[in-house]
Design a protein around this ligand. Sequence first.
Ligand SMILES: [Zn+2]
Length: 478
Amino acid sequence: MRAWRGSLAHVVTACVLVSACSGGDRMPAVSSADGDEVAEAGEPEPGSPTLWDPYFPTLGNGGYDVDNYELSLSYEPGSGNLEGDARISAAATQDLSSFSLDFSGLDVSEVTVDGEEAEYRDEGAKLFITPSDALAGGDEFEVVVTYSGTPQLTSSESDVEGLGWYVLEDVGSFVLAEPEGAHTWFPCNDHPSDKATVSVTLEVPDGFEVAGNGELVGEGDDGGSRSWSWRSDEVIATYLVAPSVGNYEIERIEQGDEPFLRNFVPPEVADQGVGDLEVTARMITEFEEVFGPYPFGEYGIVVVPEYLGTAMENQTMSLVGIEAATEPDELLLAHELAHQWFGNSVSLEVWSDIWLNEGPATYAEYLWEEATTPGFDVDDAMASLHAEIGGDTPPGDPGASEMFGESVYYRGALTLHALRRTIGDEDFFRLLQTWTDRYRYSNATTEDFISAAGEVSGVDLGDFFDAWLYQDEMPELP
Ligand SMILES: [Zn+2]
């Protein structure tokens, strides 16, 4: 995400902000080794209704890993009604008597597990499911949730308000879900540590297009409506799954073995060159030099016909507002593209490591300028940034309410520049490529990054990272 400039709920028209967060005190007791509800040996137990994320303790669910989501939905832009089913393939990681999914704001009419009707109940932002037969650890199983309703935005413990599926009345819709908005429109294990492949088929009335993640694998005419099927063969974190519905012109460039580039742009700004695909192709080539191979088969942007004041790196289809056309910002596009390596392919294990996403994406803006702007001096630019932010707020564990604050972005980028000047260009860029290769399509932590930096450079960087990431006073640049 690009630095936040005010609450979306106040700038996007026709949206509804409803607090749908469940309080932790509404959670059922969790069986645990030191609790008093320990099941007898061998008896299936409920899956944990949390993954214990330090910032979002109500998010995520334990006892299983999701392999694939197959969403078959229809959307009515006039009423905002979204309905259909989510088919979730998962593997049990323990013997399960019941389990939960994150889901809020929509009405569930049926749940099946392996084709058998299952008991379910909505509680807060959780859907608790009890299959007719307990699941054995290691078993693969399939859950189908049938649901309908108008998606309601959720508030967040983070400094972002209004997350989820934005209803733009007759204009269409879009999704902005980082960190915890995905479960406002599909039932899921809503945490980046459980990534899965995803297919989304969305039926919309004629005259609307659907931009999605990955490859457009099918378009079908259903007589008055049209179905758009998108497929992500590479795993994707739930918050990055984001179909956009609207009236779009589609721009495409085929480039042989290179990523297939496509933009979805409102007709009224289609001649303004927003997200110029020739520039995007050059940016990908440049970033491949420093970050390693582009991790996905496609890339592009969707331009929402509303002022957003932010942008979001949804996997292979970054989301920008109409201001990207009226106030072009190439660095914003560089930032969102860089997230495809940092955040999307290599994802967070816990949200408290958010600087691992935003630090590199912000530094990528400077790398793009360094590569393309004659006379640009990256040391001067970083020194100016250092003086400007003067920030004595460390980025390493900023707290949920500051996770999209200045320090995470700018001191995060300064940390990387200081590292580059400490270990030298060769080791620094080798580290970035080791990182994107080792944790490609996976998850990693700050500890993993510090360890990889030490390994690549042969330098003990413990004190360096402690000072830059965790101590109040910002160190001087080397
Ligand atoms: Zn960002």
